[in-house]
Design a protein around this ligand. Structure first.
Ligand code: B1M
Length: 212
């Protein structure tokens, strides 16, 4: 594992130029892209969340850190390629209604895309009906939902119900994730899979669609 102290600090401070420079330096030093993401960027965002919980920083600073992380991700994205991309299945994905967090969801999209899946990203604050409409429109193989707030998790259950009401639940696999989401919750709302992070999301997606 590399030493990411300076990159961590830059993300926590929301100093985008410095963070991007540090990310580039880490790549130039030959460090693994996943290591940079996990220990350089995600670890810093976890600390931002902790500081926010303790009242040591506020929403505008959290937003600045989020934008900084996104800038670094843009730099890393081309290096996430897993090999030649061949269409493995169509994935409709989005952050659920009432929730505006998209960094984790975007990371999941990037990893799935680089693993060869075709991605239909609906963005944030996606209502159950919007998910259903898109799944029908593109004949999706997999629906992915992300939630970062405890109070928006029920929107996942509402989407599953909307799929059932439209008669298409059995035609599409459903995977959920996001910091407050658990395997237990996935069982309760009867989705097909839960993934704790972006790398497992790829493994789970492949498993669900029978791809090795
Ligand atoms: Co907010 N926020 N936020 N926030 N924010 C959290 C989530 C919080 C935990 C902070 C805290 O209190 N410690 C807390 C939620 C508490 C709770 O409900 N459990 C919180 C809160 C309270 C809020 C507001 C209510 C604050 C306010 O306004 N008072 C507000 C809500 C706005 C809204 O959504 N309606 C709010 C706002 C924001 C910003 C807009 C400022 C910004 C988001 C910017 C953006 O996303 N574009 C923000 C941020 C940045 C965070 C923290 C600091 C970081 C989130 C993040 O990007 N993590 C966060 C604290 C934390 O999580 N440590 C916090 C990095 C990211 C890579 O991880 O998203 O977990 P994550 O994704 C992972 C996995 O979860 C998984 O894979 C990803 C990669 O490994 N995964 C999936 C995610 N989706 C998946 C889907 C899958 C599979 C895996 O399948 C489909």
């Amino acid at each position: 594992m590399g030493d990411f102290t300076t990159l961590n600090e830059a993300v926590i401070k929301g100093d985008a130029p410095r963070a991007v420079m540090e990310t580039q330096a880490a790549m130039d030093a030959g460090l693994d892209v996943r290591d940079i993401i996990d220990n350089g960027l995600i670890a810093a965002m976890d600390e931002v969340g902790e500081k926010f919980s303790k009242g040591q920083l506020f929403v505008p600073q959290m937003l600045r850190s989020a934008k900084t992380m996104q800038g670094c991700m843009n730099l890393l994205k081309p290096h996430l390629q897993e090999g030649v991309a061949t269409a493995k299945g169509v994935v409709v994905i989005g952050t659920v209604k009432g929730d505006l967090h998209d960094i984790g969801k975007n990371l999941v999209c990037m990893m799935l895309e680089s693993a060869g899946f075709e991605i239909e990203d609906l963005g944030v604050d996606v209502a159950p009906e919007q998910f259903v409409k898109k799944v029908q429109e593109v004949d999706a193989d997999l629906l992915g939902m992300s939630a970062l707030l405890s109070i928006t998790m029920p929107a996942m259950a509402a989407t599953v119900k909307a799929l059932q009401d439209s008669g298409i639940r059995s035609k599409v696999k459903v995977m959920i994730g996001g910091a407050p989401v658990t395997d237990k919750y996935a069982g309760e709302i009867q989705v097909d899979s839960y993934a704790p992070d972006a790398a497992s999301a790829v493994i789970e997606a492949k498993k669900l669609l029978g791809i090795s």
